[in-house]
Design a protein. Sequence first.
Length: 77
Amino acid sequence: MNSASSLQDPPNSAAPPPRPIFATDDIDARCERARAAGAEICMEPTDQPYGSRDFICKDPEGHIWCFGTYRPGDKPA
């Protein structure tokens, strides 16, 4: 896993860039697909206390993408 420094905003930015969050299934497979496509995995798939399983990656152009299983309004299993 990479350090949190890979998620920091550029030092001269007035506001952080948007970071899309995608609700999806099979986080582990999506993480491996992103890794195979050249993404830097900033946060490996992690179970969250609110019931989601998430990962964060940075694409080769430097954009941050967040993926998780949590969908607001879903009833817990």
